[in-house]
Design a binder for this molecule. Structure first.
Ligand SMILES: [Zn+2]
Length: 197
C-alpha cells in the first residue's frame, strides 16, 4: 500500500526526482510545463482506475476572478486589478504548501471579497515570524487568501483560483533555499532572497 508524502515537507535531498506530470489537462492557465517530463492529460496508462475523478463543487455566478477551496465552503472573488504574481521558494512556503514553492498573486486588500465561508478561515501565524501567516479552510485544509487590511494587500494562492488570473508569475524569490528535486525550466528573473524593492 503506497503512502503519499508531500515532497515540500521533506528536508534536504531525498534522492528521487519527479518522473511525469499527471492531469496536465486540468492545469491552470498560468502553469507552463517546460521541464521535458512526460505529461499525461489525466492518469498515465495503467493507473486509470486508481481513483475516480470527482466533480467540483458549484462556483459562484461568473463575475470578477473567482476562487475557492477544495470543499467549496470558502469562496471569494477578486474584483480589481492585481499587482503581480510570483513564485516563492522559501522554506516557510515549502512547508505551508507541501510543495516546491508557493505561487501567489498580490492584490489590494479591498479587491478581495469573500462570497462564502469567510468565517471558516483559520489563521496560523508563525510565532517567530514578523509577517508570515498561513490561512486555510477549517473544513478541508486548503490554503486560502491571507488578507492584511492594515497593510493594504492580500496574498492569494494562485492554485485557489477557478478563473484565470489577470497577472501571471513574473519572478521567483528566495531561490537560495529552493529544493533540489524541482527543476526551474522557465527564464523568469530569480532572486536569491526577497525581491530587491
Ligand atoms: Zn474547504
Amino acid at each position: 500500500m503506497p503512502i503519499f508524502v508531500p515532497a515540500g515537507l521533506l528536508e534536504g535531498d531525498f534522492g528521487q526526482r519527479p518522473e511525469m506530470h499527471l492531469f496536465a489537462g486540468d492545469r491552470a492557465s498560468w502553469v507552463r510545463i517546460d521541464d521535458g517530463l512526460p505529461a499525461f492529460e489525466g492518469f498515465p496508462p495503467g493507473m486509470e482506475d486508481f481513483e475516480p475523478l470527482e466533480t467540483r463543487p458549484p462556483l459562484d455566478p461568473p463575475g470578477g476572478i473567482r476562487g475557492s477551496c477544495l470543499c467549496g465552503k470558502i469562496r471569494f472573488v477578486l474584483d480589481g486589478p492585481s499587482r503581480l504574481a510570483r513564485h516563492c521558494h522559501c522554506l516557510r512556503c515549502q512547508r505551508a504548501r507541501g510543495a516546491a514553492c508557493a505561487s501567489n498573486l498580490i492584490t489590494d486588500a479591498g479587491h478581495l471579497r469573500w462570497t462564502a465561508g469567510g468565517d471558516l478561515v483559520h489563521r496560523y501565524r508563525l510565532p517567530e515570524a514578523r509577517l508570515f501567516r498561513q490561512d486555510f479552510c477549517g473544513s478541508c485544509g486548503s490554503a486560502v487568501p491571507v488578507v492584511e487590511p492594515e497593510r493594504g494587500f492580500a496574498i492569494v494562492p494562485l492554485g485557489a483560483l477557478d478563473d484565470p488570473p489577470d497577472v501571471v508569475p513574473s519572478e521567483r524569490i528566495h531561490v537560495g533555499s529552493r529544493v533540489p528535486w524541482h527543476p526551474i525550466g522557465d527564464d523568469l528573473p530569480c532572486h536569491a532572497e526577497r525581491a530587491p524593492r
